[in-house]
Design a protein around this ligand. Structure first.
Ligand code: BGC
Length: 740
């Protein structure tokens, strides 16, 4: 009887069509809220893990009871069409009002079919590709009962010690903003009412990537100017692209935990940026305001969070346990709770869940979509485009790469050469390890007539060298050795900060032992972050940076090694020579004593060069590109006008290739000092051997804006230099003046 009333009531309350206008939805939401008890309202502000996957400390296992009683309106880490259908049935049929559950999950770079980790994929500089990855991941996840992904993670980071650098788009705010927007569009599609879309959740607001010394969850302290110029732009870009939800960060900013920050949540997010979606906390982030030293106890923490407009409590149970009392005590207004509830319910309506709560749990669709050809093909394409060729020099007049397909004996050595799970990388959701194809498997398929051996050599951690003997033996028999080395999937991501960035375990010793044999070595580095690989740069003739590329990592790397795909990736993060150089990034300031090798009293180290190992924007191809004829339509940019900039790019090598042409500017004098270079635009072109193209850019005063001394966001008149090239260092330059 109770069930029937639940269904009838929900039908009565919500109408039937899911393509509804904003006004219609608002009316329905208001009507529903008017019938809800305070306890039911708080239930809608509560999000618990299903206990299936676990992504943090589990505080509650009674979540099913909470769902049944309407005290928990949202779940995460529950997935598959069948499982979620069962949970939804409880919410819809057994609760008083039959309000459907919202199911969230960390679909970061794929749900079952895994695409490259975000840091890798950003190296493609290909917004269509990135949007498509997000679209396809949504398609797969949505068929498996999910409505909401905790993605994109848009935290800028300039510290590769921080393990979560793997989840972001690197160091640059402009590129990070474009990528953030592409991902939101990909996840949310054209219309949220389309059941192949997911709500996006931009995270972690704000500045989580600025953790001191790269230690996860650590203090963030920066000037408002740096916050606004370097860290905030990607969140803003995601909001402008329509992101439905925002996740608060664990960290504090300027002494205030983000989850209790009026400045971040109210002043910036709601008021300046007009964000009208809902805000969810990170995992127990409200509770953590107690150890932060900002709240007395959980009740106080709940009060602080709700009063800055944080709508949903992830896993902390503080809203569930304390909000009712806070309302009774007059410390929290029920109107504010109603506003939060309405922001959440609005999306349940937009997704069409009140009309058909099971429309996302579709076992048939799930079967069709998961691991479909479309998914696997895309995993391969995204993998190829994410790989960055760092070095490929000629030895005895010949480059090692691409590998000659007639090579007879190939030895793959190293812990990453045949490991299905590690290549999936951090946060690989529900990625099926068995579907992953390793480098060893892929090379055997690609070169059926070659003798290809695989030897692990050592693990990614520990001091065991007993595998060296077999590895050396295999290497001795080989014409070419592929060292598949780097990090396993647990060595980057959340709670995976490192203080040393060399190859972990005994891999460096293994590499050096093999190198002693004086045989041709290609090193393929699979990792979740930049590693300090100076020894490789000094001693090897070919280095491929392959990150963690997902399900089709093996075939993608094999295609690059064999030349079936000409590498095109460009670094989105500066590679340091050693840990002591961190933070090192391309958009540094000049200082009052810029580096001068002949003057001791200039800004430098005694024991390492000032330059990075590999700069931002860097990446080689099997062909060469020549830049010439940098031309500007005008040397003066007037007011609202524009300048046209042309550059000629020629493929001077023997293979067709893709080049990413990058445009940077430098504001020479400002009311505050400006970086030596700032990325403003880029183009990607494909050129056949001998072909050349003129590439055009337009510069307007919008490109020159920054936060001036009195924090106005505008361009200041004066002299500028622009730089164009294939990375942030090898550039052609020209000067211009801006007059307003
Ligand atoms: C992470 C978030 C993630 C959440 C839910 C947290 O530990 O910081 O990025 O979305 O767990 O799994």
């Amino acid at each position: 009887m109770k069930q029937t009333i639940g269904i009838l009531l929900s039908l009565l309350l919500v109408g039937t069509s899911w393509s509804q206008t904003e006004g219609e939805i608002n009316k329905k939401v208001a009507s529903l809220i008017s019938r809800m008890t305070l306890e039911e309202k708080i239930g809608q502000l509560t999000l618990y893990t299903s206990g299936w996957d676990q992504t943090g400390p589990t505080l509650r296992s009674e979540y099913m009871e909470d769902v049944r009683s309407g005290r928990c309106g949202n779940l995460f880490n529950a997935h598959t069409a069948e499982y979620n259908r069962g949970l939804q049935k409880v919410a819809v049929e057994e609760t008083r009002l039959g309000i459907p559950l919202l199911f969230g999950y960390d679909v970061i770079h794929g749900y079952k079919t895994i695409f490259p980790i975000p840091l890798a994929e950003a190296c493609s500089w290909d917004m269509n590709l990135i949007e498509k990855s997000a679209r396809l991941a949504a398609k797969e996840a949505a068929a498996a009962g999910l409505h909401w992904t905790f993605n994109p993670m848009v935290d800028i980071s300039r510290d590769p010690r921080w393990g979560r650098i793997a989840e972001g788009a690197g160091e640059d705010p402009y590129l990070g903003g474009l990528i953030a927007a592409a991902k939101v569009k990909g996840h949310q599609g054209e219309e949220l009412s389309d059941p192949s879309t997911l709500l996006a959740c931009v995270k972690h607001f704000a500045a989580y990537g600025g953790a001191q010394a790269g230690r996860d969850y650590h203090t963030v302290d920066m000037s408002d100017r740096v916050l606004r110029e370097t860290y905030l732009p990607p969140y803003k870009a995601a909001i402008d692209a329509g992101a439905a939800t925002v996740m608060t960060a664990f960290n504090e900013v300027d002494g205030v935990p983000a989850t209790g920050s009026k400045y971040l949540m109210e002043d910036i997010l709601r008021k300046e940026w007009d964000f009208d979606g809902f805000i969810v906390t990170d995992y127990t982030a409200i509770n953590e305001m107690v150890p932060h030293g900002y709240a007395l106890d959980n009740q106080h923490a709940a009060e602080l969070a709700i009063n800055v407009g944080v709508d949903m409590d992830m896993q902390g149970a503080v809203y569930q346990n304390h909000l009712e009392k806070l309302v009774l005590e007059g410390k929290v207004s029920e109107d504010d709770i109603n506003a939060s509830v309405s922001r959440i319910l609005k999306y349940k309506y937009k997704l069409g869940l009140f009309d058909d709560p099971y429309r996302y749990s579709d076992a048939e669709r799930e079967k069709e979509v998961v691991f479909s050809k479309e998914m696997m093909d895309h995993s391969l394409e995204a993998g190829r485009k994410s790989i960055v060729l760092l070095k490929n020099i000629s030895v005895n007049g010949k480059k090692l790469l691409p590998i000659d397909p007639t090579t007879k004996n190939i030895a793959i050595i190293g812990p990453l050469g045949n490991n299905k799970e590690d290549q999936l990388g951090t946060w690989h959701a529900s990625g099926d390890v068995n579907k992953a194809i390793t480098l060893f498997e892929a090379l055997k398929t690609a070169l059926p007539n070659a003798n290809i051996s695989y030897t692990e050599g050592c693990k990614t951690s520990g001091a065991d060298q007993s595998g060296f003997k077999d590895a050396l033996e295999a290497a001795r028999k080989a014409d070419i050795i592929i060292m598949a080395i780097g990090e396993d999937y647990r060595q980057s991501g959340e709670a995976a900060s490192r203080s040393e960035l060399g190859l972990p375990g005994k891999q460096q010793a293994l590499l050096e032992a093999i190198h002693q044999l004086n045989k041709p070595i290609v090193s393929v580095v699979m990792a979740g972050r930049p590693l300090t690989i100076g020894w490789m740069e000094d001693n090897l003739s070919a280095i491929v940076y392959a990150w963690h590329l997902g399900t089709m990592a093996g075939p993608a790397i094999a295609d690059v090694l064999l030349g079936a795909y000409n590498p095109s990736g460009k670094l989105v993060i500066t590679f340091p020579r050693n840990v002591g150089q961190i933070p090192i990034y391309y958009s540094m300031k000049n200082t009052g004593r810029p580096f001068d090798a002949n003057n001791k009293y200039t800004s430098k180290y005694l024991d390492v060069e000032n330059t990075p190992l590999y700069p931002f924007g860097y990446g080689l191809s099997y062909t060469d590109f020549e830049y010439s004829n940098l031309r500007m339509s005008n040397k003066t940019l007037n007011g609202d006008g524009s300048i046209n900039v042309n550059i000629q790019v020629k493929n001077t090598g023997a293979l067709k290739g893709v080049e990413t042409i990058q445009l940077y500017t430098q504001d020479l004098v400002g009311s505050v000092t400006r970086p030596v270079k700032e990325l403003k635009d880029f183009r990607q072109i494909e050129l056949s051997p001998g072909e050349s193209k003129v590439v055009s850019f337009t510069i307007t005063s919008d490109d020159l804006r920054f936060h001036t001394q009195n924090m106005e966001y505008k361009a200041e008149p004066g002299k500028f230099t622009l730089y164009i090239g294939g990375n942030s260092v090898d550039v052609l330059s020209a000067d211009f003046e801006y007059k307003n």
